[in-house]
Design a protein around this ligand. Structure first.
Ligand code: NAP
Length: 243
């Protein structure tokens, strides 16, 4: 119970990496408030509706979570998505806006609103991606968004320097969640094909990275963790088995 007495907020807690992280944080003894739009799917100490693209929704979520938890030790900015796999000339303003507003503005907004409630010794974590480190084809909005998240985290670390707050990003490659189902707008076949002939990471693998970062000694900051499937070198380069 390494996190006994600690409190946490997890965004995007209704699925995948967020849901797995809520589970592992609670197993380690933390009290956790989870947020997402599909609030009925969240299994946490308290589940609250949250749309990270909406300032009012985020403000109400943070106020309620902070009151409920009596102070916040951990914020995991996990909510995010990609939309489509097409060359940029096929992009739409709607897809670009949703991807940037969710991944980038959502994480910045939640950080700004939560910071005043973060206790000394606290921790802000971000779900980045290998897409934020190395571009791959037919994913321009998502690549731009995750590069922006990494830029924001670097800048935030500069601003917080000297304050007792840890900042970590986990940049993952292929993780089998509902991510591809969302990306392909419900097309199950296209979503399945992403994980065919390769052993992707699981949501639990990524949640373990979060747990590692938040259970280090107080004097240590884990800046970045980069994890990929062994058969993958970047978002676009994956060696698949014949099946
Ligand atoms: P997932 O299973 O689709 O989960 C995404 C979560 O984000 C859901 O809980 C969803 O909840 C939430 N979300 C989306 N838009 C939101 C909004 N506007 N407000 C609040 N919550 C919102 O996918 P996942 O793989 O766990 O993705 C989690 C994070 O990991 C994302 O940031 C993603 O970019 C990143 N990532 C994923 C992979 C991968 O291969 N899976 C790799 C690297 C990084 P609601 O729809 O209920 O709101």
């Amino acid at each position: 119970m390494q996190l006994e007495g600690k409190t946490a907020i997890v965004t995007g807690a209704s699925s995948g990496i967020g849901a797995a992280t809520v589970r592992k944080l609670r197993e380690a003894g933390a009290r956790v408030v989870g947020g997402a739009r599909r609030v009925e799917r969240i299994d946490a100490d308290l589940a609250l509706p949250l749309d990270v693209t909406d300032e009012e929704s985020c403000a109400a979520f943070v106020v309620r979570a902070a009151a409920e938890l009596g102070g916040i030790d951990i914020l995991f900015n996990n909510a995010g998505l990609a939309l489509g796999r097409y060359p940029f000339w096929e992009s739409t303003p709607e897809d670009e806006e949703t991807v940037l507003r969710t991944n980038v503005e959502g994480a910045m907004r939640m950080t700004r609103l939560t910071l005043p409630h973060i206790r000394d010794g606290g921790h802000i974590l971000f779900m980045g991606s290998v897409a934020g480190r190395q571009a791959y084809e037919n994913a321009a909005s998502y690549v731009a968004a995750k590069f922006a998240v990494r830029g924001f985290v670097y800048a935030l670390r500069e601003d917080l320097l000297g304050r007792p707050i840890h900042v970590t990003t986990v940049d993952a490659g292929l993780v089998e969640t509902e991510f591809s189902l969302v990306r392909f707008k419900g097309d199950v076949e296209k979503a399945k094909a992403v994980y065919r002939g390769v052993d992707p990471l699981t949501a639990d693998d990524v949640a373990d990275c979060i747990l590692f970062a938040v259970t280090r000694p107080p004097y240590m900051n884990v800046d970045e963790i980069v994890v990929k499937a062994l058969q993958q070198s970047s978002g676009g380069r994956i060696v698949r088995r014949e099946e």
